[in-house]
Design a binder for this molecule. Structure first.
Ligand SMILES: [Zn+2]
Length: 509
């Protein structure tokens, strides 16, 4: 047995020492007990310009807008071998100075990413080369797997703390972000979105989309053309530098437009991260329609089967299906239930309102208005629904707080969105991300003593005297500085709607 292993090893050393461009993978097919020997031989047969046992790759980059050669190196000492069901996998860390990262932003976030955030995401993205076989006697294939985290989770990841890389078989349970599969010539094969280490959505990607036809496809919710900046590290050789080294900078090296479709068909060729089938969830259309009928009184242009009505319905479906974050599902449902049973018979109008900034809930007329079609958006809907809930929880409604008290009403809304978002590691919106204390304050409210994400601590906090004491007031003051539009005279309104939620709705409790 050992003798046999040595023989295989010896054979492969001979093979790799002598530069042959095409080595039959058959030669090493019997070495099932060392997948990496087979993988190395496979790679040598596929990639020209291999150089010794380190297998330095030289691959043509295929993006039309970018035209440079990718020089990469595989670090075999960091390899990880595993099985996902019948699929045998081997991941090897791949390093290149000229890696390009597609920053997919297919998910809606309340948080607006800055240029610095994007650079951070690129810096904490990495690529492994994956060698896999669907079954023991099927063909070996090699692809690139790139892990691209969301900005809100980077600091929680093991990769940030220790530098250890995930594999498809060891997904960090804190990981929110994209996993991209690319062929060796850089064609995107598939993209997954994961939330808290679990697949939420699988996307199929067409690198050469037909010309984007905005609006033409408005009834199809499954495909969209997305254009994302492609970041790459550009290195310039600087002979004037004493060390003869290169100067490398991270830059936008192009733009890549792709037709991205959500798909449920599992492609057995590529393993699902974590081994599960994608958790594609859609909320029953009938239930969404039912909520709309019970809560809203649509204006004519918002009626069922109008373009605006359909947009509203699809954005509501997004919220209720967890496409804006799993934690938003429960809170959206509870708000809609609350609005449909409380003040029975009084419905909220649903109209366009050209004077709105983006969207507005008017507590005097009980009208929910959107500036235009683009602003009929799940984020705006969630924000304004909360105002409608506030309107029914505060004694005599919130129309009395249109000037004095406005800051409290708006701060409570932002804080609420941050509490819900923090449950799925979204970056906060009420204050800048640089305000670490606020983030810690939210983490304390949304994490229990065992490190689980829930709202037990929040319920205790908002039922004590704390909310109208120190920290709440400190962050409210900073919020008013940040959003001058909400800088109204101080009132001492306590966050009644959040407290009502925590005491009456069983979300994350
Ligand atoms: Zn508001």
């Amino acid at each position: 047995m050992r003798k046999y292993q040595f023989l295989v090893l010896f054979l492969s050393i001979i093979l790799s020492c002598c530069k042959q461009d095409s080595i039959e993978t058959k030669n090493v097919q019997d070495s099932k007990n060392d997948f990496s020997i087979e993988a190395k031989a496979f790679l040598k047969s596929k990639v020209k310009n291999t150089n010794g046992t380190d297998l330095i790759l030289s691959l043509k980059n295929n993006l039309s807008s970018v035209n440079f050669v990718t020089d990469g190196e595989l670090f075999w000492s960091g390899k990880s071998e595993y099985r996902i069901k019948s699929i045998q996998g081997l991941e090897v860390p791949y390093f290149t100075k000229r890696n390009t990262i597609n920053l997919y932003n297919l998910r809606k976030s309340f948080y607006e990413e800055t240029a610095r955030d994007k650079e951070q995401r690129v810096n904490f993205s990495y690529t492994n080369m994956l060698f896999s076989k669907v079954s023991d006697d099927s063909n070996l294939q090699a692809i690139f797997v790139t892990y691209i985290p969301d900005i809100g989770v980077i600091k929680n990841l093991d990769y940030f703390k220790t530098g250890s890389r995930m594999t498809l078989n060891s997904i960090d349970h804190n990981f929110n972000g994209y996993i991209e599969y690319k062929s060796l010539d850089n064609q995107v094969l598939a993209v997954f979105y994961l939330e808290q280490g679990k697949v939420r959505t699988k996307y199929s990607v067409d690198d050469q989309p037909t010309i984007a036809q905005r609006g033409a496809n408005s009834t199809s919710l499954t495909c969209q053309t997305v254009c994302t900046p492609v970041y790459g590290t550009i290195c310039v050789t600087a002979p004037e530098r004493g060390d003869g080294g290169e100067i490398c900078t991270l830059k936008v090296v192009g733009q890549s437009c792709k037709q991205v479709c959500t798909g449920t068909d599992p492609n057995p060729e590529y393993p699902n991260p974590g081994g599960q089938a994608p958790g594609q969830q859609t909320y029953p259309t009938a239930k969404v329609k039912d909520f709309i009928v019970k809560v809203f009184e649509p204006c004519d242009d918002f009626k069922e089967n109008t373009a605006l009505g359909q947009k509203f319905e699809s954005e509501m479906t997004d919220l209720l299906s967890g496409n804006s974050g799993e934690s938003f599902v429960c809170f959206t449902e509870k708000m809609l239930e609350f609005l449909s049973t409380n003040d029975a018979g009084l419905k909220i109008s649903l109209c366009l309102n050209a004077t709105a900034n983006q969207a507005t809930y008017n507590p005097i007329t009980k009208k929910l208005g959107f500036k235009d079609e683009i602003n009929i958006d799940s984020r705006n809907i969630f924000h304004e629904l909360f105002h409608a809930v506030q309107d029914r929880i505060y004694p005599n409604g919130i129309s009395q707080y249109l000037s004095v008290g406005k800051a409290e009403i708006e701060f409570e809304t932002h804080l609420f969105i941050d509490l819900v978002g923090r449950l799925v590691s979204n970056p906060p919106i009420a204050l800048y991300d640089t305000e670490d204390n606020y983030k810690n304050f939210l983490n304390g409210l949304t994490t229990d003593n065992n490190g689980n994400r829930n709202l037990y601590n929040a319920r205790n906090y908002f039922n004590s005297d704390s909310p109208i004491s120190q920290s709440y007031n400190t962050y409210k003051a900073k919020f008013k500085e940040r959003y001058s539009a909400y800088n109204s005279p101080n009132s001492n309104l306590a966050p009644l709607a959040i407290t009502h939620f925590l005491n009456n709705f069983n979300c994350y409790l």
